[in-house]
Ligand binder design. Structure first.
Ligand code: NAD
Ligand code: MG
Length: 391
């Protein structure tokens, strides 16, 4: 049952790239949304500006100090409840006043709040792909029990959602995720070892947060998205193909067994996918310039360079080995990306760390929540030591 408008919204990760785009949608359509809760981590100045504009009843930040600073920045006469700490996001995601939760925290930190939203029967507009990578089986189970639904914000999965009108039946042969290829798609193999964080952060088509920008450069993002697609649509990874499509106009395709390919196309602007999820099944007008296909002239597709970008293959291996390996892959990647952003390791150390983390783990069929958290913690520790010893 989809709630009528105005829908009451909780935005987790409000101060990030996805969060800001979501609030841009809400700003354009004030009659459709009531912003009930906003959460950020440490950027309290931005959160305070957002709160002053949308006046949510609940706010959350990561630290007590941030909560105090936030309170001082709010306009007089406006006194929302301010929560802090990792548990605060879980509380906000489960608020009875909230109907739609936009899960846009980056990384494994988004798992507990996403799971809480699923356990409380919310409509979950899911940007935080890492939570599906870590615990897709638990999120799906919770949704079955409570009637919660996951609507994918990730542009590829949103395109698939639109191309599949809900979910695939037996008539779908395979899915094709498109990838921009990232800023290094045309770099020579021997240059990749010297790629820097500053170069990796310059994405050719999308403007995004730092972590996903690095993931796009390594193709780990596409690897995580293969896992995300398997979890969303219940397909084995062999039936989720990847093509490099440098223009980022065709956001993904569903290939049906009669030979039909259905695709969703659009400008590379996340507001389209976000609005589709927040308003589903209604399509709101958005102030985005129409796609000028004649000006584009050509759309091109090619195979990814698997040998030069091993993260994609590592993700396929992880999903074949099971949920524990997906958790380890993600944890190793988060540690390595953080070090790469700090200039402490090289670009190729990221896949090296991920491969090492997969090698050291024994398969585990159906890990529960606590086990997943423990694999995540132990892998982070081990990979940090490994990188310190070997770089
Ligand atoms: P970002 O870095 O711009 O924003 C991250 C948000 O999460 C911020 O609001 C930050 O305050 C919050 N946050 C960070 N650490 C936190 C923690 N420990 N606890 C609570 N909150 C925390 O990232 P983004 O680009 O907006 O991406 C967010 C998520 O959406 C990621 O999972 C990413 O993979 C996914 N996604 C992003 C895009 C995009 O275009 N940016 C596209 C598809 C999917
Ligand atoms: Mg994507």
């Amino acid at each position: 049952d989809l709630p009528p408008f105005p829908r009451s919204l909780c935005v987790l990760g409000a101060t990030g790239s996805i969060g800001e785009s979501a609030l841009a949608v809400a700003r354009e359509h004030p009659a459709q949304f009531r912003v009930t809760a906003l959460a950020g981590a440490r950027n309290v100045e931005l959160l305070a500006r957002q709160a002053a504009e949308f006046r949510p009843r609940f706010l959350a930040v990561l630290e007590e100090e941030g909560a105090r600073a936030l309170k001082r920045l709010l306009p007089p006469g406006y006194a929302p409840e301010i929560l802090w700490g990792p548990g605060a996001y879980v509380t906000l995601a489960a608020l009875p006043e909230v109907q739609v939760v936009l899960a846009a925290i980056v990384g494994a930190a988004g798992l507990a709040p996403t799971l809480a939203a699923a356990q409380s029967g919310k409509i979950i507009a899911l940007a935080n792909k890492e939570s599906l990578v870590l615990a897709g089986h638990l999120i799906r189970r919770a949704c079955r029990e409570t009637g919660a639904v996951v609507l994918p914000v990730d542009s590829e999965h949103n395109a698939l959602f639109q191309s599949l009108v809900g979910h695939p039946g037996d008539d779908v042969d395979h899915l094709i995720l498109t990838a921009s290829g990232g800023p290094f798609r045309d770099w020579a193999s021997e240059e990749l070892a010297r790629a820097t964080a500053a170069q990796a952060l310059k994405h050719p088509n999308w403007s995004m947060g730092a972590k996903i920008s690095i993931d796009s450069a390594t193709l780990m993002n596409k690897g995580l998205e293969v896992i995300e697609a398997c979890r969303l649509y219940g397909l084995p990874q062999e039936r989720v193909k990847v093509l490099v499509h440098p223009q980022s106009i065709v956001h993904s395709l569903a290939a049906y067994r009669d030979g039909s390919f259905l695709a969703q196309m659009g400008q590379p602007d996340m507001r389209i996918a976000i609005a589709y999820c927040l308003c589903y099944p209604v399509r709101l007008p958005l102030s985005i310039p129409p796609l000028d296909l004649a000006a584009l002239g050509a759309l091109t597709f090619r195979e990814p360079r698997h040998d030069d970008f091993p993260c994609l293959g590592l993700a396929r291996r992880a999903v074949d080995e099971g949920p524990a390996h997906c958790t380890a892959l993600n944890a190793a990647n988060e540690v390595a990306v953080e070090r790469f952003l700090q200039g402490r390791i090289g670009f190729l150390d990221i896949p090296r760390a991920a491969a090492w983390a997969l090698d050291r783990l024994a398969p585990l069929d159906d890990p529960d929540f606590m086990t997943i958290l423990e694999i995540d913690r132990a892998t982070r520790q081990a990979v940090a030591d490994f990188l310190t010893d070997t770089t």
